[in-house]
Design a protein around this ligand. Structure first.
Ligand SMILES: [Zn+2]
Length: 426
């Protein structure tokens, strides 16, 4: 009687349960908080040294000159590559090693990596050191069993995802690290739940709108022109014209939660008039008011049309409202991205979820963005998804944790998906 090689693979991962927990804990203990980009180098070296000892070729790439990079906080990325016994495709697991600040409200030390009730707690446990550890264990188990496995396996630990990815995946993608033929399929173990395949994300446009007025004494506001009142007119147009229009626009992207299946606009901040001071403020009419907007776009929308819609709204105010003057400044933009759910990486991951978890996976898109945008737009690699063990709702919260059983299951899914991609059975 022969043992099914897949059962063998699953056993090998089950046997590594303690190792997976210890690896996750070790990763959490590096306080890779971004900003400023703390402990990037030791964390990258920890990953690199582990994989070098297992036969990987390891590169460290510093994203010199990118935002925040300096000798105190170098942007260090690690890429480990294992070439198999025969030619074949390259499957790459990409995780970001940076975490957001811990913030308040924790009942455990955020960097002590406490294990309790079948979970590992800590900042980054869920987003996404648990996913990184699961991918490392998956690849190691696969290589230990399949000495004759064709193709190439890569694992990267990249930085600055939480601040846009410019010192991480964007920098590497610009230099060919995420392009065919070097890499063919990418899985990003972001926390999107163990039974879901995330095929893309909405786009983003951040901008600052400023309304202009004319200063005068606050006791005689009729002699000036108040920029805050002009901004109020902008908000009023949003309420009456724009928000209803955005709510009507529905996407075919399977975004979760479903409220994000529409175009959305958040007003991040409004600052008008003189800066707040201690004591009495000066009695003046505001000559400037600034608003930062966060517009999320659907795959059916273009950045150009979204910007055009905003300009049109503001131009109508110029026509309708006496004295209305504005300027608008782009801050940041990301185009929406969506991989083919019938492409090799999505299909093989979905099949692996069916096998490991025993139910049909859900295909989703993320309401916010992650590094897939750079792999798609800069690396020109479309066969990329996000799949990982963390629970999406816990991301960036106090008492963030990852469930150990979910890490084991996701490691099995990742190993199985990688094997079928390498062997061409996907
Ligand atoms: Zn993340």
């Amino acid at each position: 009687m022969s043992i099914d090689p897949t059962d063998h693979l699953f056993e090998a991962i089950d046997e590594r349960r303690d190792e997976l927990v210890q690896l996750t804990r070790a990763l959490i203990r590096f306080p890779t908080v971004n900003p400023p980009g703390e402990a990037y180098r030791p964390c990258a070296e920890f990953i690199g040294e582990r994989l070098r000892a297992r036969g990987f070729a390891v590169d460290y790439v510093r994203a010199a000159g990118t935002p925040g990079d300096n000798d105190r906080y170098p942007r260090i990325n690690v890429i480990a590559r294992h070439v198999g016994a025969a030619p074949g495709p390259c499957v790459h697991f990409n995780s970001h090693i940076d975490v957001v600040q811990s913030g308040s409200g924790w009942t455990v030390d955020p960097f002590a990596a406490v294990v309790k009730d079948g979970r590992v707690y800590g900042r980054g446990a869920c987003d996404m050191k648990g996913g990184l550890a699961a991918s490392i264990i998956a690849v190691e188990a696969l290589l230990d069993l399949g000495k004759k496995l064709p193709g190439t396996l890569e694992i990267s630990g990249t930085v600055d995802e939480e601040s846009g990815g410019y010192g991480g995946v964007h920098y590497l993608a610009e230099r060919g690290w995420f392009s065919p033929p070097r890499v063919d399929h990418v899985i990003i173990p972001e926390p999107l739940n163990v039974d879901r395949v995330c095929i893309g994300h909405r786009g983003v446009w951040w901008a600052e709108i400023e309304t202009h007025g004319r200063m005068a004494h606050g006791s005689m506001p009729f002699l000036g022109d108040c920029a805050v009142r002009h901004m109020q007119a902008v908000v009023d147009r949003f309420e009456r014209d724009l928000y209803p229009k955005l709510a009507m626009r529905r996407t075919d992207m399977p975004v979760v939660p479903s409220g994000a299946r529409h175009s959305t606009l958040n007003i991040n901040s409004i600052h008008g008039g003189q800066p707040e001071t201690q004591g009495y403020p000066a009695p003046v009419v505001a000559d400037s008011c600034r608003m930062v907007i966060d517009r999320r776009l659907l795959i059916e929308e273009s950045i150009e049309s979204v910007k055009g819609e905003m300009r049109e709204l503001l131009e109508r105010l110029v026509a309708d409202r006496a004295g209305f003057r504005y300027t608008i400044r782009d801050i940041f933009e990301v185009r929406p991205t969506m991989a083919d759910r019938n492409g090799p990486v999505a299909r093989s991951t979905a099949a692996a979820i069916r096998r490991v978890i025993g139910r049909d996976p859900e295909f989703i898109c993320s309401p916010g963005t992650y590094d897939q945008k750079h792999i798609d737009r800069v690396g020109k690699l479309r066969d990329c998804i996000a799949y990982g063990p963390g629970i999406l709702d816990l991301v960036h919260q106090p008492d963030e944790y990852v469930v150990i059983d979910d890490m084991i299951n996701s490691a099995k899914v990742m190993a199985l998906a990688a094997r079928s991609l390498l062997c061409g059975t996907a």
